[in-house]
Ligand binder design. Sequence first.
Ligand code: NAD
Length: 486
Amino acid sequence: MESMTESHTPWRAPAGAFWSSTWRDAAETLAVVDAENGTVVGKVADCTPAEVDEAVRAVSAAVLNDEPWPVWRRREALHRAAGLLAERRDRFVELLSSEGCKPVRDAEREVQRAVETVRLSAEQADRLEGRTLPFGDTPRGANRVGWFTREPVGVVAAITPFNDPLNLVAHKVAPALIGGNGVVLKPAEQTPLTALAFLEVLLDAGVPAGRVAVLPGHGASVGAALVSHPLVDLVSFTGGWTSGNAVARSAGAKKTLMELGGLGAVIVLRDADIHRTAAAIVDGAFGNAGQNCLSVQRVFVAHERAEELVDLVVRGTRELLVGSKSERITDVGPLIDEPSAERVEAWVTEAVEAGARLQIGGKRDGAFYWPTVLTDVPAGSRVLGEEIFGPVVSIESFDRLDAAVDAINRSDYGLQAGVFTRDIDAALGVAQRLRVGAVMINDTGDYRIDAMPFGGGKRSGVGREGVPYAVEAMTEPKIIAIHHSA
Ligand code: NAD
């Protein structure tokens, strides 16, 4: 890692947390560390359950008692926020690539997407409308007229992971605000600075300060206190399946949306454009060092093309530059911390000891793990059955397409998948049979736009995110009906 440079961040959070319209420093602090070199890039508050209680009560009171925040003002504020985010792009790129895992080019893409997410949220103002009710349809509707409007649910608790520290925060906070809610955000322990900088954007854009709170801290304390709070009306959680289960238990009977893990699979049919397929697999498996719920982890290829595909994927992998996040030439940065890289290393070692062939990679240095391609992985290996969240892809060949489809459907996860073929009938046949939230044809499952309904079943989540769908989930119909004289 000779090319590594000391990380620094010129932006300093005004304080370590924010609630009741006030920036706050807490007694206990949480150090934010750059995984690449161990540098402390900032300190934020390590909030307590008592502070969560205070914050939720304050946001709830603001939503109920402060002067109304009409839709046109929400739209204006979020449009301004999208503009400010674009203006402060360099600050966010630096934050994302110092506290997070992204090399600068990937960080730039995330900021661009977050600008779109906030803009899309502002535009949802046009969709916050209701309908008249069909009283004429039943004798019991005589002399009645009525309608419903879309109303905020109230207080949204947002909990986010480390791997997209800006865009995943934007995907929860901006839809909640355009829907007229208050939001209490607990960002990932590893990436709270980006969340605080995003809050600053919202406040500068004119979002009423009482309606938003950001409380950094640990999942088991701050997160659990937040989701179980009786004044929280909706929980929007993104993270791993184990944490999701804990959240479901703490939240109890409460509206809960969950975006959880994935085990991204790709099917490659005999007639696929193999160069294009290999390039997409390399990109989908190793972007953000595989720390992506959509990351490609398993590839099933028709046996006639297996050798060629493995060869091209290995060649593409060899060209990737592993190095410092701050360098524009870097393709693959570190994992979020050294224990994560050690876990990935252990799973690969276990597979290789059980008979898997290491085609390339398999090397670790601190938090860095080199992009790794495995073949001949024995059934039952963790690299095939559990979300690895690291830069490792396994390629398996199949004789019968049904076997590949069955293997994907038997997996515990069901987020997105890809199929590569020139035969549209075959592609649609596979797409219909796969039990996942989305099937991308001639793309890997590592593709999304922020306006699509995003999510999956099984261990991949409950409900759908994606701006219009999040706004719909974070608002509810409210009926007003009039019984009039004949
Ligand atoms: P994580 O589950 O460890 O943490 C996510 C968040 O949950 C953090 O803010 C954490 O503090 C909080 N948390 C943990 N335990 C909690 C509890 N008991 N109560 C309340 N909050 C709690 O996940 P991570 O390591 O930050 O992120 C990686 C995981 O996130 C992967 O599984 C990945 O697939 C998933 N993810 C999913 C999506 C998606 O949209 N489906 C997107 C990104 C990441």
